[in-house]
Design a protein around this ligand. Structure first.
Ligand SMILES: NC(=O)c1ccc[n+]([C@@H]2O[C@H](COP(=O)([O-])OP(=O)(O)OC[C@H]3O[C@@H](n4cnc5c(N)ncnc54)[C@H](OP(=O)(O)O)[C@@H]3O)[C@@H](O)[C@H]2O)c1
Length: 238
């Protein structure tokens, strides 16, 4: 089975963490396009699903002739429709404004914001064909900023603005746009954050990826007459 017989879900950051959990959840019903940075990370994930293909691109390399443009030029002609586009890939970029240099700012904004806009733009005709859903995995950091995460928060605030603008632009075309804002989740990115903050890693303090998937399902399974435009899901009791 392939993209001609199943609804299509394109998922960036699908090799690990939240993106991989969403891919697993959709695997029985959708043809999956698995996004990741390298063939080494994408290949084994693709091989584990009944209907899947890879979308290998370094989202930080989004300029003319770069890795992202090349990958999109191969992917877009293959997809007549996109029913679900999940933007999950992101970088953390932890550090204070005093610490972080301009190159780090550029890289994180390229992956967390600019690539999201570029991939969405390239897939809009296929999204419109399917009257599909764009699900942007944002964060609590897209709602409230805090010390030591200015870059990450700036990228997620920008992602929220991108989602809000896209939602209004695409209403007439039937494309729905959801901004999903998880609190802290037990993933590799959380390990990176706890290492930055210092202290022990206690997974029970964080959301499980499966809980984030259930929140994502609210948007994916919305009734035809409804659009779930924003979802905030947080660790209970914290
Ligand atoms: N974890 C949390 O606590 C948390 C909370 C709120 C929101 N979020 C958001 O949830 C989303 C997923 O986070 P996560 O915790 O699942 O992250 P993760 O475990 O760190 O996984 C990151 C994913 O992004 C991909 N990626 C990173 N840089 C890339 C690049 N330059 N080009 C292409 N792909 C790249 C990785 O691919 P490779 O495996 O190929 O490197 C991987 O699949 C992110 O948008 C994050 O901001 C996370």
């Amino acid at each position: 089975m392939d993209s001609t017989t199943r609804p299509v879900a394109v998922i960036t950051g699908a090799t690990r963490g939240i993106g991989l959990a969403i891919a697993r959840d959709l695997a029985d019903t959708h043809h999956l396009v698995i996004g990741g940075r390298s063939a080494d990370s994408v290949g084994p994930v693709v091989a584990g699903f009944p209907s899947a293909e890879g979308f290998v691109a370094d989202l930080a390399d989004g300029g003319p002739g770069g890795s992202l443009e090349t990958a999109l030029s191969e992917l877009v002609p293959r997809l007549g429709r996109v029913d679900v586009l999940v933007h999950s890939a992101a970088l953390l970029g932890a550090g204070s404004v005093a610490e972080l240099d301009p190159a780090t700012w550029s890289e994180v904004l390229a992956v967390n914001v600019v690539a999201v806009a570029g991939i969405t733009r390239a897939l809009l005709p296929a999204l419109r064909s399917a009257e599909g859903l764009v699900l942007m995995v944002n964060s609590g950091s897209g709602l409230v900023a805090s010390a030591g995460s200015g870059l990450y928060c700036a990228s997620k605030f920008a992602l929220r603005a991108l989602a809000d603008a896209l939602r209004e632009e695409e209403r007439p075309h039937g494309v729905r746009v959801t901004s999903l804002h998880p609190g802290r989740v037990d993933t590799d990115m959380q390990h990176e954050l706890v290492a930055f903050e210092g202290g022990d890693y206690d997974p029970s303090r964080y959301l499980r990826v499966e809980s984030v998937v259930r929140a994502a399902r609210l948007a994916i399974d919305a009734a035809p007459d409804a659009a779930i435009e924003m979802v905030s899901v947080r660790p209970r009791g914290r």
